[in-house]
Design a protein. Structure first.
Length: 221
């Protein structure tokens, strides 16, 4: 997913697709309409040579819609059509766009072999850990965990742990829950006692925690 600088192009047709999302997200929309939208999106991606920065933002919105409303097989097709564009220039997209796209891709069935390694390199090369917003970093890293990224050289997970540790007081309970899920189920890296202790202390200062968030936190802890 690491490529050169973004060039202009590819944004217009995706923009018009994004305009259709609001109507398709309303109650009462039939599955056939969503399937038709997914086919149009896949066709548009297949005929676009290179996406510019707005194009990646539009792609993020389309993939997010896909992961929520489309049939799994349609989502898988769209992700496969997206991969050449992700390889070409996702590294230069905005931090929230990188996080959103990786999050959606990681939820698609039938993940392509090697995608985890490529996604990990995108996160590393993008500089998101140095300059990205903490919530975007957490979302991107959760996606890597979901994809099965092992980070054998320890370039990401140890740094993310220190970053989260330094920002615990800035995070709400929901974000803390997401932060813990970065490490939940990972084969190589765990949250560790220091981070768990800081999060537990932070939670004691939170007067109210939503039931689903509390249950998820208990699972992680």
């Amino acid at each position: 997913m690491v490529g050169g600088p973004l060039v202009e192009g590819g944004g217009s047709s995706l923009y018009h697709l994004v305009q259709r999302i609001n109507a398709l997200s309303r109650p009462g929309v039939v599955a056939a309409d969503v399937t038709r939208f997914m086919q149009d999106a896949a066709k548009s991606l297949g005929t676009t040579q290179r996406l510019d920065r707005p194009g990646y933002a539009h792609l993020g919105s389309i993939l997010q819609f896909s992961s929520r409303f489309a049939q799994p097989e349609d989502s898988a097709v769209l992700v496969r059509c997206s991969l050449p564009h992700l390889e070409a220039g996702l590294v230069a997209a905005d931090d929230t766009v990188i996080a959103s796209i990786l999050n959606s891709v990681s939820k698609a069935p039938g993940i392509e072999p090697g995608l985890a390694s490529s996604a990990g390199e995108t996160v590393r090369a993008s500089g998101i850990l140095e300059t990205g917003r903490i919530v975007a970093v957490i979302t991107a890293m959760r996606a890597l965990t979901r994809l099965g990224y092992d980070d054998q050289k320890g370039q990401l997970y140890p740094r993310v742990k220190e970053l989260i540790l330094s920002r615990v007081d800035d995070l709400c309970p929901e974000d803390l829950c997401s932060a813990l899920h970065v490490f939940t189920g990972h084969k190589r890296y765990t949250a560790g006692d220091a981070l768990l202790g800081r999060i537990e202390k932070r939670l004691l200062d939170c007067p109210e925690i939503q039931g689903s968030t509390a249950a998820s936190l208990l699972y992680c802890l």
